[in-house]
Design a protein around this ligand. Structure first.
Ligand code: S3P
Length: 429
C-alpha cells in the first residue's frame, strides 16, 4: 500500500474539533446493553473498527443491535439471553473486546472461539484467563492459553479475591463482568487506579458496585436494566489535537465535548506541568461520565518526569506525549511504563524508532523512554506499524517537520478515529 504524504505547508492550527465518541465507553455500552434487560439506546457511539468488532461479536451471540449512523439500539435479555455462537468471534485489533468478552463468556454455559488480527495474537491473555479460570471458567489457547486463538467454555462461577499483578482496566472489567455472574462476592484490588468506566456503567444500568481506594467489590446475581448512554468525546483522540496545538506555532484550538473522567485526564495534568496554555471548561450537567470543552494554544514547554500512579491515567497518550516532549526545553523522563510493551505494538520500540527517524533525540529504557528537547524534526518515511496511535502521533509530528513526511500503514488509524485526517485538515490554515 502507498504511503500517505502528510501535508505540512501550514501557518498554524485554528478552529474547533468535536472528536468522536470514547472508545472504552462505546465498547462497554454494547456489552452492558447486551447483558441488561430491555432496549438500550446509545448516542455518539464510536464507529471505529474496534467498536464495530464488539458489535459484530455480540450479534454472533444472538443480540439484536440496530445501528443508524452513530446511534445504536441494543435489545438485551440479560446474560441468559446470550446464545452459543455458530461461528468464531473475531475481535480484530481490539484488546478491550477480547478481554471484556472473556469475562462475559466466563459464566455462560456454552463454547466459543475467539480470534483476532496479528497484533492481538501477540498480546497477553493469561492476565484475564487466570482469574477467570480461578472463578470456574475453562479457557485454553495457543502457548498454554497466553495467545489467540482462544477457546472458552463458561461455567458456574464463584467469586474471588484478586490482587491484579498489573494496573489494567481491561482485566479489572473482565473480572467484574464475570463477578456479576458469580456466586457470592468478587473483590478486585488494583496496584494503581485505572479507568472506572465499567464501575460507572454498572451503576448506570441499575447495578451496585462498591469502591474504596484501590478495591472494587461486586455481588453476583444482580440483574441490570437497559439505559440511555450518551458517549462523550474520547480524550485519547482529543490528545492528538491538544498536542498539535501546543507544539505548532500560531495555533489555538477548541476541543468540544471531551470526556473528562479523572481516571483518563493524566495528559491534561502533564501538559499543565509542562507549561502548556490550556483551559478546561467542565460542563455543568454531568451524567455518569463528566465532560467539557478544552482550549489550547501554542505553548512554551519544558521537560517533565512522568512516573508512578499517573501512568494508567495517560497510558494511551504516551506516544503523543513523547512527541510533545521533543518540543519541550530540557529532558522528559517516562518511567513505570512497562505496559507499553504489550499494547497494539511495543510502543516503547515503535515510538522511539519512528521519532528517531524524524531526528528526535530519544532513547528507550526498560520501562519507558528519555527524550531530550528541543529538537528540530526533519522529515522522512515513517510507519504506524499497524498501530492507530502511532499513526496519529506521526501525522501530528509532520505538522512541525522541516521536510516532507510519508506515513506508511495509515489505514490503522480507523481503529479509533476514522475521520482523523478530515478533522486535522479542517483546522490547518
Ligand atoms: C482500556 C484499558 C487500557 C487501555 C485501552 C482501553 C479499556 O488497557 O490501554 O486502550 O477500555 O479498559 P489495559 O487495561 O490493558 O491497561
Amino acid at each position: 500500500m502507498a504511503a500517505r504524504r502528510l501535508d505540512k505547508s501550514i501557518s498554524g492550527l485554528t478552529g474547533s474539533v468535536k472528536v468522536p465518541g470514547d472508545k472504552s465507553i462505546s465498547h462497554r455500552s454494547v456489552m452492558f446493553g447486551a447483558i441488561a434487560k430491555g432496549t438500550t439506546s446509545v448516542t455518539n457511539f464510536l464507529l471505529g473498527d474496534d467498536c464495530l468488532s464488539t458489535i459484530a461479536c455480540f450479534r454472533k451471540l444472538g443480540v439484536s443491535i440496530e445501528q443508524k449512523g452513530n446511534q445504536l439500539q441494543i435489545v438485551g435479555n440479560s446474560f441468559d439471553g446470550l446464545k452459543e455462537p455458530a461461528d468464531v468471534l473475531d475481535v480484530g485489533n481490539s484488546g478491550t473486546t477480547i478481554r471484556l468478552l472473556l469475562g462475559v463468556l466466563a459464566g455462560r454455559p456454552f463454547h466459543a472461539t475467539l480470534i483476532g488480527d496479528e497484533s492481538i495474537g501477540r498480546r497477553p491473555m493469561t492476565r484475564v484467563a487466570k482469574p477467570l479460570a480461578m472463578m470456574g471458567a475453562d479457557i485454553d489457547g495457543r502457548c498454554g492459553g497466553e495467545f489467540t486463538p482462544l477457546s472458552i467454555r463458561g461455567g458456574n462461577l464463584t467469586g474471588i479475591d484478586y490482587h491484579l499483578p498489573v494496573a489494567s482496566a481491561q482485566v479489572k472489567s473482565s473480572i467484574l463482568l464475570a463477578g456479576l455472574q458469580a456466586e457470592g462476592i468478587t473483590t478486585v484490588v488494583e496496584p494503581s487506579k485505572t479507568r472506572d468506566h465499567t464501575e460507572r456503567m454498572i451503576r448506570q444500568f441499575g447495578g451496585e458496585v462498591e469502591e474504596s481506594g484501590l478495591t472494587v467489590r461486586i455481588k453476583g446475581g444482580q440483574s441490570l436494566t437497559a439505559s440511555k448512554v450518551e458517549v462523550p468525546g474520547d480524550i485519547s483522540s482529543a490528545a492528538f489535537f491538544l498536542a498539535a496545538a501546543a507544539i505548532t506555532p500560531n495555533s489555538e484550538l477548541l476541543l468540544k465535548d471531551v470526556g473528562l473522567n479523572p481516571t483518563r485526564t493524566g495528559m491534561i495534568d502533564v501538559l499543565k506541568e509542562m507549561g502548556a496554555d490550556i483551559t478546561v471548561m467542565p460542563h455543568d450537567t454531568e451524567g455518569y461520565e463528566p465532560s467539557g470543552d478544552i482550549i489550547i494554544k501554542t505553548s512554551n514547554l519544558k521537560g517533565v518526569e512522568i512516573k508512578g500512579d499517573i501512568l494508567p491515567r495517560l497510558i494511551d497518550e504516551i506516544p503523543i506525549i513523547a512527541l510533545v516532549a521533543t518540543q519541550a526545553e530540557g529532558t522528559t523522563v517516562i518511567k513505570d511504563a512497562h505496559e507499553l510493551k504489550v499494547k497494539e505494538t511495543n510502543r516503547i520500540d515503535t515510538v522511539v524508532g519512528e521519532l528517531a527517524k524524524l531526528g528526535a533525540s530519544i532513547e528507550a529504557t526498560d520501562d519507558g523512554m528519555i527524550i531530550h528537547g528541543k529538537s528540530h524534526l526533519k522529515g522522512g518515511i515513517v510507519s504506524s506499524h499497524g498501530d492507530h496511535r502511532i499513526g496519529m502521533m506521526l501525522a501530528v509530528a509532520a505538522l512541525i517537520c522541516k521536510d516532507e513526511v510519508f506515513l506508511e500503514r495509515d489505514e490503522a488509524i480507523s481503529v479509533s478515529y476514522p475521520g482523523f485526517f478530515k478533522d486535522l485538515y479542517s483546522v490547518m490554515k
